[in-house]
Design a protein around this ligand. Structure first.
Ligand code: MG
Ligand code: MG
Length: 269
């Protein structure tokens, strides 16, 4: 069942998503070689609570942290650990909060200075594909138009692998609502986009093959071939004049630009 949001509810969701975006920007400031994911997760939880929010992931189906932190060949759902970051790590960070009774949900992948050009390109293409998907958010289009745009750009144009087992989703008073938003599919298929639908669009893109496996921690999803993966996510409302992006990656870019250890992968969009 799809919950269509009123304009007032969309404004509340914008606040939830702005807190998510500010939290990710705060994470971007603090990502340093020699720091651990666990220490950043703790700081992010304090940041969320200090701003009146509740971490949306902590305790969700038993997840133990406020952030999902997925390094290198981890695709999504990684648990922040005591391991120290190195200058070759890719760190995908997914953040959810509850504010005013609504979830915000957004994600961003960060590259430390020495990940190499190939990985930098993976991140840039994944991020661009998110906007290819968002361009298809038009009343009267269908979910498949979003899915196709992302898949075509990542697989056909760039030869990367799109993860099949995990998908984007409706978001609102629940973290995962209908409809599902796959990153693969066919134009003109799936749920009709109507005003008031709010969806999290979140391409998960592997440098190598599309196959994934789950780590025995019960959470972390890894690429099967051990190659790196990237993940970018926005929460987007369908409005009569098109997509209204409720989360904001520009705060994150600003923080990345100030952090000399992280590569700036801002794109034109
Ligand atoms: Mg997310
Ligand atoms: Mg999501």
């Amino acid at each position: 069942m799809i919950y269509y949001k009123t304009n007032e509810e969309i404004e509340l969701m914008r606040e939830s998503n702005l807190l998510v975006s500010r939290t990710l920007a705060y994470v971007a400031e603090n990502l340093k070689v020699g720091k651990s994911g666990k220490s950043i997760d703790k700081a992010a939880e304090e940041f969320i609570r200090d701003h009146g929010g509740i971490p949306g992931f902590k305790g969700y189906r038993g997840f133990p942290a406020s952030l999902c932190m997925s390094l290198n060949d981890a695709v999504v759902h990684g648990i922040p650990s005591d391991k120290f970051f190195t200058d070759k790590d890719v760190v995908s960070v997914d953040c959810g909060v509850i504010l005013n009774g609504f979830y915000g949900d957004a994600a961003f992948s960060f590259a430390f200075k020495n990940v190499g050009l190939g990985v930098e390109n993976l991140l840039r293409v994944t991020r661009e594909s998110l906007y290819k998907g968002i361009e298809a958010v038009v009343v009267g289009n269908r979910i498949g138009d979003i899915s196709y745009a992302i898949q075509n750009y990542c697989e056909k144009v760039h030869g990367y692998g799109i993860v099949r087992e995990l998908v984007g989703h409706g978001v609102g008073r629940s973290l995962h609502e209908d409809p599902e938003v796959p990153n693969f599919g066919m134009k003109g298929k799936g749920t009709l986009l109507k005003e008031g639908i709010v969806i999290a669009i979140e391409p998960m893109v592997n440098m190598g093959g599309k196959a994934v496996k789950q780590l025995n921690d019960g959470w972390t999803i890894l690429t099967r071939d051990g190659k790196p993966s990237a993940h970018f996510e926005h929460s987007v409302a369908v409005r009569k004049d098109g997509a209204d992006i409720l989360s904001n990656h520009s705060f994150i870019d600003d923080s990345v630009k100030k952090n000399e250890e992280i590569i700036d992968i801002s794109i034109n969009c």
